[in-house]
Design a protein around this ligand. Structure first.
Ligand SMILES: CC(C)(COP(=O)(O)OP(=O)(O)OC[C@H]1O[C@@H](n2cnc3c(N)ncnc32)[C@H](O)[C@@H]1OP(=O)(O)O)[C@@H](O)C(=O)NCCC(=O)NCCS
Length: 315
């Protein structure tokens, strides 16, 4: 059954009610409850609530979503949540459509968002865990712009010492200042993709200043024809990012250089630091995965899976 939806901007009185229904979704690591207060103060983003009656009382809020505006007419949808009691009644689709129209009326030319998806999600919908996000993309005419695999491991699961052909030449491993990241990534990736993954999100490569000013929580490392971002926990980041004892690594470039880069850099960690990492996630183009798996990394599910970037042009 399609339920009728009403929308308005979220106000601070809505926050406890949003936290309540988001909590009922059951993802203990959900970042929405943590950041919602800060998001309301963010001038570059708009937060929209979903209601089932025209009164739109705070206590009756059943959905939430955020639209972030980037320069160059790009709108980014994120943090879409519908109360479990009313999921699968097209409220999520109506919310996304509302945000797309909002973005268009405020000058956006392109809308993007990302979602977890199995690698073959276009072929077999039944295998996907984020049915809702993919269903919304299909219904609203988004196309898949990019896809990266996500592999993970505990620090204690990694097998860095028994890798064949391991050269252990740390002198070739270069940590570069983030101010040089855009130039370096442009040299290594030709042609440069229009978006560069940073985990559960993307940088627009048409805006070099974004890549060159990512902050101290990111270490850029170059090894031969491979480049990596090591993204560390930073409690001050008000967006999806590694939690405590978690590390995200985004890898691009040549497969054997990329796996060597991983081995050499992780090898430089003190054993106690490595084994204290409860989750290391590697985000990489699919052709790199077979070089990464022998190090002890695996997919979340038995089926290869990762991040899909969806895009819709509005003009
Ligand atoms: C994702 C979410 C916002 C979708 O909201 P929703 O109101 O349930 O979505 P809709 O009812 O509009 O459904 C959208 C499409 O996905 C499908 N779908 C939604 N949930 C599904 C499920 N659990 N299983 C199978 N298909 C599902 C619907 O059938 C629909 O497809 P259709 O248009 O072909 O019929 C909601 O499920 C949610 O809050 N999920 C938890 C958080 C999350 O994963 N957020 C996404 C972050 S990227």
């Amino acid at each position: 059954m399609i339920m009728k939806a009403y929308f308005r901007a979220v106000v601070s009185e809505d926050i406890p009610h949003i936290r309540k229904f988001v909590g009922e979704i059951g993802d203990e690591q959900d970042y929405v409850p943590k950041f919602i207060e800060q998001w309301l103060l963010d001038g570059d983003a708009v937060q929209i609530g979903v209601f089932q009656s025209a009164q739109m009382c705070s206590k009756d809020i059943v959905g939430f979503g955020q639209l972030r505006s980037f320069p160059n007419g790009i709108g980014w949808l994120e943090a879409g949540r519908i109360s479990p009691q009313v999921q699968q009644h097209r409220l999520g689709t109506q919310l996304a459509n509302y945000l797309v129209n909002y973005a268009f009326s405020h000058g956006a030319k392109v809308i993007q968002y990302n979602a977890w998806a199995t690698r073959d999600f276009m072929g077999d919908k039944s295998k996907d865990q984020t049915h809702g996000s993919i269903g919304i993309a299909n219904r609203l005419g988004f196309r898949v712009k990019d896809y990266v695999d996500v592999l993970s491991a505990k620090g204690s699961e990694l097998n860095l010492s028994t890798i064949p052909n391991q050269t252990k030449q740390p002198n070739k491993l270069t940590i570069i200042p983030s101010a040089e990241a855009y130039d370096k990534i442009s040299q290594i990736l030709t042609p440069l993709p229009t978006e560069i993954c940073h985990g559960w999100g993307y940088y627009l490569s048409c805006i070099p200043e974004i890549i060159n000013n990512v902050g101290d929580h990111v270490t850029w490392i170059v090894y031969g024809e491979a480049i990596a971002q090591f993204i560390h926990y930073d409690p001050d980041l008000a967006r999806e990012s590694p939690i405590e004892n978690e590390l995200w690594i985004i890898l691009y470039g040549d497969p054997s250089d990329a796996s060597e880069l991983l081995i050499l850099h992780l090898f430089s960690y003190a054993n106690s630091k490595l084994t204290s990492l409860e989750n290391i996630s590697v985000f990489c183009p699919t052709h790199l995965s077979s070089a990464i798996i022998p190090l002890g990394f695996h997919y979340y599910t038995e089926i290869p899976s990762g991040v899909a970037l969806f895009e819709k042009h509005l003009d």
